[in-house]
Design a protein around this ligand. Sequence first.
Ligand SMILES: [Zn+2]
Length: 499
Amino acid sequence: MRRKFVIALIKHETNTFSPLATPLAAFGHGEGPAFGDEARARFEGTNTPMAAYLDLARREHAEVVTPVAAEAWPSNKASRATFEAIVRPLEDAVRGGCDAVFLDLHGAMVIEDCDDAEGEIVQRLRRIAPQVPIAVTLDYHTNLSAALVDHATVITGYKTYPHVDMYEAGMLAGGILVGALDGAVEPVMAWGWKPLLASIMRHAPEDGPSGDILAFARRMEADGTVLAATLLPSFPHADTPYTGVSAVVVGDARHGGREHARAVCTHMLKLAWDRRDEYVFRAPPLAESVAHAKALGLANPGAPVLLIDHCDNCGSGGAQDVMAVVAEVLKQRLDGVAIAPIRDPEAVATMIDAGVGQRVRIALGGHTDMPSIGLAGEPLPVAGRVQAVTDGQFTVTGPMYTGVRMHLGRTAVLDAGSAQIVVTERPHEPFDLGVFTHAGIDPRRKRYVVLKSRIHYRAGFKPIAAHVVECAGVGVTNADLSVYPYRKLTRPIFPLDPM
Ligand SMILES: [Zn+2]
């Protein structure tokens, strides 16, 4: 008998302090959500869990239904209506009957009336199909809830940041679920949570405790102690009762089962808690960081110095138009600079109207107020020549999201003399050189490269950099978590409360 698999992708990392709205059209990275065969076509052959599930289904000669694939850049809460437009097709597909469900979810999605969107999704499917096994992959930046664990059969997550192992996470979760269908394994899960708000700037394996915890998790998987062990360092910019560091471990009921899973989970979280101070990010003042970057660039002309504008990263809900770091770079007269991307549809329109080669004066960026943290937008007056205009499309060739088509909207390059600035209509976190090269700029030949990113830039840009300098501007992805007016967190929580 041929099995039938339902495979779907629903992803949104919700920054509840973000000034950006999340309409239905924001999904599909601005192209709108994909339904049915289009959902499959968009993700087949890409480095994503969804693609791994599709490959597994092919290997198993299973019939496949792909009701929906919907992923949006991080922003504030979606409405109930938007959420229903995405979730109902998935419910309908499961209602139509299937042998297993494979979900590519985020884990930090909040909607206007629910702090735990993923928990709700899995709970609703469980109600429709009480016996059908459900595999779930989660982003590294998950705030895990009991509801999600209770109603899923298998959960895995990424073990990298930048997330270059999304496909592997899908293969692991999907493989365990297929093993369960075949009767080869009997998955059981253990999970835990710590009152620990870990700054994202300290999440990467090479920066804080995560590396050692992940190494332990990999060892426990490799030697067969457990089937899968996942660390979820949380998404601290979502104000929910679930926000905090967690771990979820899948054991095999026939080989140590829940006991092994529980022991591995407890040890992972003990490592995180014992070293919690290493998850706190401490930044020097902006002017000092830019001066330091300038000196490094003057001393090493061979390869670029990266200046990381991490407080305004659209990859975590930032407006991507805060000009504080760019203003400081221009003020300190760094030369040979490439900057990407500033989101400013008005400036793009002005430059396109003027035409390539023409001089323009614009008030760049700063159009977005951030009332949640008490900041008003501040445009930066700049003058220069329109160097290029593009449709903002390129296919990723670097290691993260390899093969996925990016849509930045209409895009224009402003040559301001000392700096070339890529200005886009839509949000985009620069993790691939394509953000520059598709517009005719070779970042390898620049002395300084300013990126609106936190960690994901490392996928494409770290290999070309001589040095990296993190620059603390302002914005709703500030790594100093004391700037946010949290209301829903489970208190006390470290480091906001003494613990
Ligand atoms: Zn993430």
